[in-house]
Design a protein around this ligand. Structure first.
Ligand code: HEC
Length: 231
């Protein structure tokens, strides 16, 4: 199993001081003091090196991603409901048009992670998936079409980061007001209004329970490791 040594600074310092110790033992001890090898042994043993396994890190990434996705969902939902109450569907569409991205950006800054929503049928073309995101979207779509579990997932992107993904479903009748059909909630007028803001909109014709897209959250490996060690 992959082992990742933690807190590189401390670890390096440990190595350096162990070297310094050995150097003293082999060269510098010209005094009559005898080297107490048991003490050396004790000293080395007492240096704590924290190890985190790859599996522990992945499970931390999953837990953190789930927390961030839940907080982001709550924040967007709160704003959406407030905008709907204040001015109805078209006002809420204009609000999302202006504010959805800045809200995502401030959440990204707050959590120190890149937070996106991506879809195979995006409304905002900025929510088009990258290569890995597309593969995952297609995998989730397959899962859903075959009634297989739709679970959060973590992929290693590179040495520095993980990609956390979680499916977003049309899990609420409210979503259909802006993502549905004329029969289930999206009126022709509102659809036409959405078209004025998003001429390339693909995010309509959904039914309750449909797979809409994913949370795509890029997590920094170092930050996760720190979060695991700082109590
Ligand atoms: C008032 C209309 C409205 C409602 C209600 C609404 N949305 Fe949206 N949705 C939008 C708009 C507008 C955007 C584009 C936001 C932007 O420009 O970033 C959007 C974008 C999204 C995206 C990002 C991907 C994309 O297509 O750009 C997802 C995912 C999404 N909505 C899911 C949902 C879900 C799930 C619900 C129900 C809980 C919901 N929406 C309810 C208007 C709405």
């Amino acid at each position: 199993m992959e082992k990742i040594s933690l807190i590189w600074n401390t670890w390096n310092k440990s190595i350096i001081s162990v070297y310094a110790f050995c150097f003293l033992i082999t060269t510098g001890c010209t005094s009559d003091k005898k080297v107490d090898s048991a003490a050396v042994h004790r000293e080395i043993e007492s240096r704590e090196i924290i190890k985190i396994t790859g599996a522990e890190l992945l499970s931390k990434a999953l837990e953190t991603g789930d927390e961030i996705a839940a907080a982001a969902k709550l924040e967007l939902g709160k704003n959406l409901k407030r905008a709907l109450q204040e001015g109805g569907v078209q006002h809420a569409v204009s609000f999302c048009n202006m504010k959805a991205m800045p809200i995502m950006d401030s959440l990204s800054a707050k959590y120190g992670a890149k937070i996106r929503r991506v879809s195979l049928k995006p409304r905002n073309s900025k929510d088009n998936p990258g290569e890995l995101e597309r593969e995952l979207l297609e995998a989730y779509e397959y899962q859903q079409q075959n009634s297989l579990p739709m679970e959060s997932n973590v992929q290693t992107i590179d040495k520095k980061s993980f990609l956390f993904t979680k499916p977003i479903l049309i899990d609420n009748g409210l979503c259909l007001t802006c993502h549905g059909t004329p029969e289930n909630g999206l009126s022709m007028e509102n659809k036409a209004f959405i078209q004025t803001k998003y001429p390339k909109d693909k995010a309509t014709d959904y039914q309750l329970g449909d797979f809409r897209g994913i949370w795509s959250i890029t997590l920094d490996r170092k930050k996760l490791v720190l979060d695991m060690t700082v109590q």
